[in-house]
Each structure stands twice: as C-alpha cells, then as structure tokens.
Design a protein around this ligand. Structure first.
Ligand SMILES: [Zn+2]
Length: 354
C-alpha cells in the first residue's frame, strides 16, 4: 500500500517536467534588573542554569544566528555587523561560570553577565545571580539571551543593540522548551542517516525498482530539508546548505525520470515516453549539464547560490543504470558530509571555565 502511494505521488509530480516548488528579558548584561513576574513561578537552581549553558546554549544560539542571518539583514540592518564574526565567537569564546558570586563590569559594578572575565577570551556569566531572578518557565530562553548579549558586545554591539538582540533571543526561545528542539534535531539526524543507508543499499542493488528506485528519495530529501528548517527564526541548516539540498533534489529528480523512461515492467509506453521527454528537456541531447543550466529555465526554486557555484555542479545525463547510480552516489556523498556537519552542530558545546 505504501509502495503504491509513493508511486502515485511521483507520477503526479511527473505530470510536469519541472519539479515542484517547494517579552522583555529579566537579565541585563549591562545593568542588573529585577524580574517581576505575576504568576507563581517555580524557582530554578544555579546548577540547572549551568546545565543548560553546558549542554544547550551553543546549539540554541547557532540555530538563532543561522536562522536570522537572511531575515534580519533586511529588517534590522544593524544585525549585519554580527555576521560572520558571531560564528567565530560562538566557536572560540569560553564561558566563565560564577556559581557563587556575581560578574563585574569594567567599573567593578555587579552584573549577571559581563564581557570582563578572569580568563582570556571568555565572558563571565553568574548562574548565582541568575538563579535569584529566573524560574523554571524562563531560564532556558533567558540564559541564551544573556550569552548572546555578551557575545554581541565582542562583535561590536553597543548596549542598546545588545539588549535588543537579547530580547529577540529570549522571545524566540520563550515559546517552547529547548529540549523539544534537541529531540527534533536528533530525529532529523537519524532520518538523514536512514536516507543515506537506504541510498547506499540502493546503489549496490542490481536493479532499481520499488523502494530502491530513486523515485522514493525525491520527496524524502525535501522532507528532511523541511524538518531542519524549524521556523523562520531558528534554523539548523544554513541557507547555502538548504540550496545545495535542492540541487541534489533535482539530481534525484533526473534519476526518477530515468526510471520512468526505462522501467518496462512498471510503466506504460506513454509514461516511458514522458520520462524520455523530460530528460530531453533537461539535457537537450547532451551527456551532462551544469546545475546552473538545469535551474535557469525556469528557476522555480528561488535559489540564492551564486552562478559560479551552480556552474561548478554537474548533472550527468542518466543514460544507463551505471551512470544513474554514479549520480546517486554524488547525492549520497553530499548527504554524508552534511550529516557529519549536522551531528557536530547539534551537539556543539561552549568551553566552560569554573
Ligand atoms: Zn551589555
């Protein structure tokens, strides 16, 4: 039954030769603030705050800064100052955790967080002072916000800009527990792992039919892309990676047309001719085209990749099973590299100094 659904889905797609489209913070880095909450808040301990700094903060902030790179550039021009420096800062700046005292600014005033730490290349975060102001409902988002505030000073933000950013981070993560996002990321990683192993199994197979045909991967790849694009403000793949996934999606799409054109058991003569026509439409009799040529007319994908990048990616015309399989290996290798990066990104942690 599932098999039939997959085939029907792909036949529908193939009816056209063009593939389908697809609160204000309680914490202040500069000035100590008090949290005035009207609900009965459950307290949080400095150990719980420390735990979220250690295991979640770097992943959460990567997701925020990746997700906002394109969006904020147009709506909040000052944010452009952060890029690409913020990614280097995320990777190189350590967090000095004060679990029983406050941080201080350059004048010695007590703060929740500060760019002044005892260690080199570190920011100071006082889980001690944060625990007194935060609760179970807000401590994750507030912790991410305060770290973003301090890092942004290192990227050149003034106090007004840093507070604005801090509030944006807090509001972004206030809606749901970061634990849910971590689970979503783990699922996406597992999903990608499964796609790759099924593809590798398929490449070794003598024929391509049923589940082993590239048809079934076309939609799966796009599903994965949508899974990791969590929302407009949090994103765990970069826009370049997203576009490169679409490039591989088109490569697989060519392969599914090859299956239509050549599978005499599953498809009628009319369907086979249709597959041939679609391949002819893309390749125009040539043995290969660049991704730039393939996407150019018409560009339904709205890719942001440079012409130069697209011109360096080649699609081979899948004229036989060997060529088709070597094309699928290209996609499989691309996804394997992506999985490595993705695993690193979803388990990244700050260096902690205590
Ligand atoms: Zn500040």
């Amino acid at each position: 039954m599932k098999f039939q659904t997959l085939i029907i889905g792909v036949v529908l797609i193939a009816s056209s030769c063009t593939p389908p489209q697809f609160t204000q913070s309680n914490l202040q880095g500069g000035v100590d603030g008090g949290g005035g909450n009207t609900f009965i808040a459950q307290p949080v301990t400095s150990e719980e705050i420390e735990s979220v700094i250690v295991s979640d903060a770097k992943v959460a902030l990567s997701g925020f800064f990746i997700g906002n790179e394109k969006l904020l550039a147009s709506t909040k021009p000052e944010y452009q100052k952060l890029y690409p420096k913020i990614f280097t800062l995320l990777d190189t700046v350590a967090i000095e955790i004060r679990s029983n005292q406050l941080c201080s600014d350059h004048e010695g005033n007590h703060k929740d967080g500060s760019i002044y730490a005892q260690s080199e290349n570190a920011i100071c975060i006082s889980t001690y002072s944060m625990a007194g102001k935060l609760n179970q409902q807000n401590y994750e988002a507030e912790t991410f916000g305060l770290i973003a505030h301090e890092l942004s000073h290192l990227a050149g933000f003034n106090e007004v800009e840093a507070i604005q950013l801090q509030n944006d981070v807090v509001n972004t993560y206030a809606k749901e527990s970061f634990k849910n996002k971590q689970e979503m990321l783990a699922k996406a990683n597992k999903f990608l792992e499964q796609i790759i192993s099924t593809m590798q199994f398929s490449i070794k197979d003598k024929t391509w039919d049923g589940y082993n045909a590239p048809n079934s991967f076309v939609n799966v790849i796009d599903d994965f892309r949508k899974k990791v694009k969590d929302s407009s403000n949090i994103n765990f793949i970069t826009s370049t990676e997203n576009d490169l996934i679409l490039v591989e999606y088109l490569r697989l799409y060519n392969l599914s047309e090859f299956v239509y054109a050549s599978d005499t058991l599953l498809y009628s003569e009319g369907q086979r001719n249709y597959g041939k026509d679609c391949l002819e439409h893309t390749f125009q009799g040539r043995g290969s085209v660049t991704a730039y040529e393939a996407f150019k007319t018409p560009n339904t994908f709205n890719l942001h990749l440079d012409k130069e990048v697209l011109s360096n990616i080649v699609f081979l015309n899948p004229r036989n099973l060997d060529i088709a399989k070597s094309e699928m290996s290209v996609t499989s290798n691309f996804l394997s590299d992506l999985l490595v990066k993705f695993n690193e990104r979803s388990s990244a942690q700050f260096v902690i100094i205590k």
